[in-house]
Design a protein around this ligand. Structure first.
Ligand SMILES: [Zn+2]
Length: 207
């Protein structure tokens, strides 16, 4: 897990497509889109298979890692926040992910709370951390767990709280759920696991 922030993970083979592979994938995409009913012979849709593939490629860029995440802000703990109750809460951080069950988007807002260890992270780093894991095929629960574990790994946080609220297109677009319904996931690490006061403070700050 030590190099996930800086190196292409290559967990998923074939992110570096050759021109031949790309053409083949575009043909497959065209076949699927046409079978669903899309007319690919119009000026506006001729390039849709290529754009569709590229959009999915960009939306899953989290598999390529994020080198900049290792560049930590130096610890700048303000006076009087040494204690275990000194939590830092950031958010909302918007995110878009792809549900691994349907390959359709779920999107929403993340709030991240932590009790700093050696390092304090700026909001831009937290945004990068959320996106590193969101821009993949995933599920909401695992996304929250990975963000929490990433923050422990990256910054040595002594406690982490992650709250995600998201709308899932795989249910919303097909009318399975009421429009506007949100799924909420919360995970705790370290001090938050042990301390209900810290948890309720976090929840109050993020609602
Ligand atoms: Zn789904």
């Amino acid at each position: 897990m030590s190099n996930i922030f800086e190196l292409p993970s290559h967990e998923e083979p074939g992110r570096d497509w050759t021109a031949t592979e790309r053409e083949r994938l575009e043909r497959h995409a065209a076949e699927i889109l046409a079978a669903l009913g899309l007319d690919l012979e119009t000026p506006g849709t001729r390039d849709t298979p290529r754009r569709f593939l590229q959009a999915l490629y960009d939306a899953t860029a989290g598999y390529d890692g994020d080198a900049k995440l290792r560049t930590l802000f130096p610890a700048e703990r303000p006076e009087g926040v040494e204690g275990r109750h000194a939590q830092i809460v950031e958010g909302p951080i918007g995110f878009y992910a792809l549900c691994e069950h349907h390959a359709l988007p779920f999107h929403g807002r993340a709030h991240v709370g932590y009790v700093a260890g050696d390092d304090i992270l700026g909001i831009s780093k937290l945004t990068r951390l959320v996106r590193l894991y969101a821009r993949r095929f995933t599920v909401q629960e695992r996304l929250a767990e990975e963000i929490a574990d990433g923050l422990v790994e990256l910054a040595g946080a002594r406690g982490v709280a992650v709250r995600l609220e998201a709308a899932h297109m795989c249910t919303a677009m097909r009318g399975v759920e009421e429009d506007g319904s949100l799924t909420v996931t919360t995970v705790w690490r370290g001090f938050y696991d042990e301390d209900p006061t810290l948890r309720s403070e976090f929840l109050t700050l993020t609602r």
